[in-house]
Design a protein around this ligand. Sequence first.
Ligand SMILES: C[S@@+](CC[C@H](N)C(=O)[O-])C[C@H]1O[C@@H](n2cnc3c(N)ncnc32)[C@H](O)[C@@H]1O
Length: 232
Amino acid sequence: MVTEKKEHTEKVQELFNRIAPVYDSLNQWLSLGQHHIWKMMAVKWSRPNKGGRALDICCGSGDLAGILSQKVGKTGKVHGLDFSIEQLAVAKEKYPTWIIEWIQGDALELPFSNESFDCVTMGYGLRNLNDIPTALKEILRVLKPGSSASILDFHRPYDPTFSLFQDIYLNSLVVPIAQVYGYKEDYAYISQSLQKFPQGRHQVELGYQSGFSRSVHYPIAQGMMGVLVLTK
Ligand SMILES: C[S@@+](CC[C@H](N)C(=O)[O-])C[C@H]1O[C@@H](n2cnc3c(N)ncnc32)[C@H](O)[C@@H]1O
């Protein structure tokens, strides 16, 4: 079991290192630019405040951390954490270290002391983690009391029509476009990771089980996407 989890983590880390050079442009193409809107919604739900301290976990190439830095302003501080050195290299090019502090680290073992942050975000990261309850408990630990975390990700829609639409979108659009860039197998992973990812109602339960006082799930894009908002 431990070896299985370790293998999964290494596989995910290698995958995100490998796709780092094309990650941003493929996101743009595959969502027709919509991912910016979903990311802005997620940041808003985390309730960043001017002068506050914010953390973006699984920051990848840094989009959510970038939006957070506008919200907290010059008097605030944003940390972006990811275990992929190649994704962090792209993030650093977009937002130099004097704007955002980039940290290589594990979402399951955050290198921060208790109650350090006024808000936390995570975009398309939770689905890739091999231990969701541990990830949520880590978020709870580093949040200040009364503060919120906002977790955006793909979901399997409850509605079978949209579930079918999602299958067609992933298999007939995403994978073929990724193939053009030479990353067919890497993008086929999205569909696999969705099969075992908890749906909205289950995520809400996991939030409460992890100790949050409020756990709410907002479906977006007909349930193909969703944001879990957790308050400590
Ligand atoms: C799909 S990308 C999302 C990147 C970015 N948040 C966005 O919305 O564009 C998922 C990111 O999670 C990171 N990741 C996955 N598992 C992780 C872990 N255990 N610790 C830290 N980062 C992890 C990957 O390296 C990758 O950059």
